[in-house]
Design a protein around this ligand. Structure first.
Ligand code: 1CP
Length: 356
């Protein structure tokens, strides 16, 4: 049964915004992490026109185009700015390259000298193309008639961005980063502090350009010991949320502390986020009762069940919907969509959620 409310302001009719203000909208709004990307032939066609991934993120016409591609196919409830969490270290002046098939490569920051090369005064200028993209996406959503699609801006959360800055690449366990945090906490604190400030500035600029919701991706939050989780995940997130709320009291923040396990309870209670993203491994029946009633949940279909499609995907999707019915909930994956996903499985999934 659909629950409907009459609300005065037109933007409040957007399902995603209503859920983020605590309403149990049903059927729930739906979008997919990494919804723009390599599983779409139209994305691969645009990607082939630029020399590298950073050029795609910093060319507003192209970044706008790829942001809109999944919206045109599936009329999702949210469009997410096409960019990357590593655009911030790049904007700070740390070198960044995306090697084909290898992922990101950066010169690692493991001492004061390397840290000293970062320059926060460059962030506004270097990220100006991202803000232009945000403006263009908002204008295009209106022009193309996607009145109920909400625009999400985002950044990496400080700990996850620090992981790539210190490690210099992706990693299974970010051992060099975690070792530095134990051995040289004053340097690691300075890195986190710089990221709290610049992330707040970068997200504020996205709101001023037209982002309606913000998301903080903390993809590697789960590699930390509990005491470090509090210091490097909860506390930095809380400070960013407080600073944003002072400036933009109506802009909700979704936090995604991936693989955090039972620490998600403290995260949801203490950071001030409006919604918490739940990863694939989270048992909704156990986790959801731990969350404050005012905090919405987002998640958590296994991206590989979406690759499989058919009965496996349908059963899993129905189980998630049954567990979340009646609560403020945003249907999503438990992590990003993978390149081998058949686009027609995505269409079937969206249809199933909307029929619930
Ligand atoms: O075209 C290509 O080959 C580049 C692949 C790609 C894409 C499409 C990368 C490189 N980043 C992105 C876009 C992206 N990344 C978006 C916007 C698109 C959308 O959601 O529709 C977002 C929100 C991200 C966020 C991101 N980047 C995260 C957090 C979420 C997560 O998946 O955990 C992380 C950890 C990154 C780093 C990154 N960027 C790209 C890659 C391959 C990686 C992972 C590197 C690793 O293995 O650790």
């Amino acid at each position: 049964m659909a629950i409907t409310f009459t609300l005065g302001r037109p933007e409040m009719t957007k399902a995603l915004l209503r859920v983020l203000r605590g309403e149990p909208v049903w059927p729930p709004p739906v979008w997919l992490m990494r919804q723009a990307g390599r599983y779409l032939p139209e994305y691969r066609a645009v990607r082939a026109t630029v020399p590298d991934f950073i050029a795609l993120c910093t060319t507003p016409d192209l970044a706008t185009e790829v942001t809109l591609q999944p919206i045109r196919r599936y009329a999702l409830d949210a469009a997410i700015l096409f960019s990357d969490i590593l655009i911030l270290p790049w904007a700070l002046g740390q070198g960044l390259a995306f090697k084909e098939g290898e992922g990101p490569v950066l010169p690692p920051i493991r001492d004061e000298a390397a840290f000293g090369l970062l320059d926060p005064s460059r962030v506004a200028r270097n990220t100006a193309p991202v803000m232009e993209t945000v403006r263009q996406i908002r204008a295009s959503l209106t022009r193309e008639g996607f009145e109920s699609t909400t625009l999400i801006g985002f950044a990496g959360a400080p700990f996850t961005v620090a992981c790539y800055m210190v490690e210099g690449s992706g990693s299974r366990d970010f051992a060099a980063t975690r070792t530095l945090a134990w051995q040289n906490p004053s340097l690691f604190d300075r890195i986190i502090e710089l990221l709290i400030e610049t992330t707040t500035q970068y997200l504020s600029a996205q709101v001023q350009a037209g982002a309606e919701v913000l998301m903080l991706f903390d993809s590697w939050a789960g590699v930390l010991a509990p005491s470090r989780f509090r210091r490097y995940v909860i506390e930095p997130t809380r400070r960013i949320v407080v600073a944003l709320r002072e400036r933009f009291p109506d802009v909700p923040v979704i936090g995604f502390p991936r693989i955090a396990g039972p620490s998600v309870e403290a995260y949801a209670h203490e950071t001030g986020v409006s919604a918490v993203g739940l990863d694939t491994a989270m048992d909704l029946a156990r986790v959801v009762p731990m969350l404050p009633e005012t905090v919405a949940a987002q998640g958590n279909l296994d991206p590989l069940a979406l690759v499989a499609g058919g009965a496996a995907m349908a059963e899993e999707t129905q189980a998630i919907l049954a567990a979340m019915r009646g609560r403020p909930f945003i249907f999503n994956l438990g992590h990003g969509i993978v390149p081998q996903t058949p686009p027609e499985h995505v269409a079937a999934l969206i249809e199933m959620v909307r029929a619930s």
